[in-house]
Design a protein around this ligand. Structure first.
Ligand code: ADP
Length: 485
C-alpha cells in the first residue's frame, strides 16, 4: 500500500494521543487486514483505558484555549484541514479501499463527502448564535448563549471509515470541543491519516486524539465513566447503542446515536420505472449493501412488480465484483465472514418461505468474502429480511396492492432511519412522505446523504442529527442568563 501512495507519511501506524504519535503502554498491537486480499496491511497500537484517559485529559486542557478562539480562527484551521483532505483525496481513498474494501471510485466519493463535513462545520463555527428574549419583568433582560458541551468521546463503525468520523469531529471541533475518537478496529488507518492532516492544518495538540484499539467495550466504558467526558457520539448497531446508552445513564451523559436502519424502498404503479431501478441500485448496492441507509426491503406495487424485478435483475447482473483497487470494479468484498454468513442466512430463510432467487444468490467465484449481488422475488413480511438489516448485497422484492397497506408495512419495524419511494401523483407523494415514520425520506431518489441536511433516525434508529446547522446543536449547551438592571 505504501508504494501506491504519493505521500507515504499518510499511512500512519501509531496512535495519536494528546498530540503525540504513540505506542500502547504495554506494547500491544493488532493487525489491519485488506478484506479483498485477506493479507495484513500493517499493525497499529492496541490502546486501553489508560491511554484513553490521557487523551480525554489532553482534550479537556486543549479545549480551554480552542473554545476561547473566535469562530473565524477555528474556521480557518478547519478550512485548511478540508483543503488538505481534498489535496490528498487519492491517497486517502487508497488507504480506505485497502482497509475496508469499497471500490476506489466510491472511496474517492467518501473522502469528498467526509471532507465536506469539515468544510461545512468549519463555516458554521462563525454562526453559533444565541438568542435574546424580552424580559419577564421591567428590570430583567434575558440572554441565551451557546457553549461547547465539553470533551466528546466518539465510537464509529467500519463502513464509512472517514465520513462517520468527520460528521462528528466536524461539529464538535468547530464549536470548540475536544474530540477523542475510537475508530472501528477494522479501519483505523483512515482515521489516523485524517489526524496527520489535522495536525498539519494546525489543530492544537490534544483537540483531536485517535485511540486505536481492539478493546471496544473498554474504551466505551472509559468514555462513559470518565467525568471529563460530557458527550458520547456513536454510530453503529442498535444493540451496541443500547449498551452505551445504559452505561452513559450513570453520568446522565448526552448521547448522539446513529443506529441501525431497515429502510423501505417503495415503487408505486405510477413511478418512472427506469428511474426507480437506478435509485434502487444506488440505494441497495452502494458500499455492497453495507450502509445503514441502504434499501433493505423493496416494496413494488402489483401492476409493475414483474417489470421492475426484470429490470432490476438485469442491472444487478451488470455489477462487477472484485478487488476495489482494480479498475472497473463496482462491488467489493463484504467486510467479514460473519457478514457473509448473515447474507446467506437471510437468503436461505427467504427461499424456505417461498422466495425465488432471480440474480446471484451465492458466494462469488472469487472466494473470500466476495458475494454475488442478489435479487430475490416473492418475499413476504414474515421473513428475516423483512425484520432485520441484511447489511449486504441482497435486494428482496415484496409485492403490495394499496398505498395504505404499504405505508403500514413500511412502518412495521422498530427502526426509523431512511426510507425511499418512487411515485408521480402529487397527492400520493404528499400523503406517503408524511406517513412514513422515518427521519429521512427520499422521494424519487435513492441517494439522500449530504452535509447540508440533517441526517438521523427516529424510533430505535437513534437520537440526534448529523449535518446541517442542526448538527451543531448536539455539541452545544444552552445557557440562560438573567440580568437584573
Ligand atoms: P458494526 O456491525 O457496524 O460493527 P457495531 O455496533 O457492532 O456495528 O459496532 C460499531 C462500533 O462499536 C465498532 O467500532 C465496535 O468496535 C464498537 N463496539 C462494539 N461493542 C461495543 C461496546 N460494548 N462498547 C463500545 N463500543 C463497542
Amino acid at each position: 500500500l505504501k508504494s501506491l501512495l504519493k505521500d507515504p507519511s499518510l499511512l500512519a501506524t501509531k496512535a495519536y494521543v494528546a498530540g503525540e504519535w504513540i505506542d500502547a503502554d504495554d506494547g500491544a498491537t493488532f493487525e489491519v487486514t485488506n478484506p479483498a486480499r485477506g493479507d495484513v496491511i500493517c499493525s497499529v497500537p492496541d490502546l486501553s483505558r489508560a491511554e484513553t484517559a490521557r487523551a480525554i485529559e489532553a482534550a479537556q486542557v486543549a479545549m480551554k484555549d480552542w473554545a476561547a478562539r473566535t469562530g473565524k480562527e477555528r474556521a480557518a484551521i478547519m478550512r485548511k484541514w478540508f483543503e488538505l483532505m481534498m489535496a490528498n483525496q487519492e491517497d486517502l481513498a487508497l488507504i480506505l479501499t485497502a482497509e475496508m474494501g469499497k471500490p476506489l471510485p466510491e472511496a474517492r466519493g467518501e473522502i469528498a463527502y467526509g471532507a465536506s463535513f469539515i468544510e461545512w462545520f468549519g463555516e458554521e463555527a462563525k454562526r453559533i448564535y444565541g438568542e435574546t428574549i424580552p424580559g419577564h419583568m421591567r428590570d430583567k433582560r434575558i440572554q441565551v448563549i451557546k457553549q461547547p458541551i465539553g470533551v466528546v468521546g466518539s465510537i464509529t463503525p467500519w463502513n464509512f471509515p472517514n465520513a462517520m468520523i468527520t460528521r462528528k469531529a466536524g461539529p464538535a471541533i468547530a464549536v470548540g470541543c475536544g474530540f477523542v475518537c475510537r475508530p472501528a478496529s477494522e479501519t483505523p488507518l483512515s482515521a489516523l491519516a485524517m489526524a496527520v492532516l489535522g495536525e498539519r492544518a494546525g489543530l492544537p495538540k490534544g483537540i483531536m486524539s485517535v485511540v486505536t484499539s481492539s478493546r471496544a467495550s473498554d474504551i466505551g466504558k472509559e468514555f462513559c465513566e470518565n467525568h471529563a467526558v460530557r458527550k458520547l457520539t456513536f454510530t453503529g448497531s442498535t444493540e451496541v447503542g443500547r449498551i452505551l446508552l445504559r452505561q452513559a445513564a450513570d453520568q446522565v451523559m448526552k448521547c448522539s446515536m446513529e443506529l441501525g436502519g431497515n429502510a423501505p424502498f417503495i415503487v408505486f404503479d405510477d413511478a418512472d420505472l427506469d428511474a426507480a431501478v437506478e435509485g434502487a441500485m444506488m440505494s441497495k448496492f452502494r458500499n455492497n449493501g453495507q450502509t445503514c441507509v441502504c434499501a433493505n426491503r423493496i416494496y413494488v406495487q402489483a401492476g409493475v412488480y414483474d417489470a421492475f424485478a426484470e429490470k432490476l435483475a438485469a442491472a444487478v447482473r451488470k455489477l462487477n465484483v472484485g478487488d476495489g483497487l482494480n479498475e472497473g470494479i463496482t462491488t467489493g468484498p463484504l467486510i467479514s465472514d460473519k457478514a457473509v454468513a448473515k447474507v446467506e442466512e437471510h437468503i436461505a430463510d427467504a427461499l424456505k418461505g417461498g422466495g425465488k432467487v432471480v440474480a446471484g444468490g451465492v458466494r462469488h467465484a472469487l472466494g473470500g468474502t466476495f458475494f454475488e449481488p442478489t435479487v430475490v422475488t416473492g418475499v413476504t413480511q414474515d421473513m428475516k429480511v423483512a425484520n432485520e438489516e441484511t447489511f449486504g448485497p441482497v435486494a428482496p422484492l415484496f409485492r403490495f396492492e394499496t398505498e395504505e397497506e404499504v405505508v403500514e408495512k413500511a412502518n412495521a419495524t422498530i427502526f426509523g432511519l431512511a426510507s425511499y419511494f418512487y411515485a408521480r401523483d402529487i397527492g400520493r407523494i404528499t400523503r406517503v412522505q408524511e406517513g412514513l415514520e422515518y427521519g429521512i425520506v427520499g422521494v424519487n431518489t435513492g441517494i439522500i446523504s449530504t452535509e447540508v441536511a440533517p441526517f438521523g433516525g427516529v424510533k430505535q434508529s437513534g437520537l440526534g442529527r448529523e449535518g446541517s446547522h442542526h448538527g451543531c446543536e448536539d455539541y452545544l449547551e444552552m445557557k440562560y442568563i438573567c440580568l437584573s438592571i
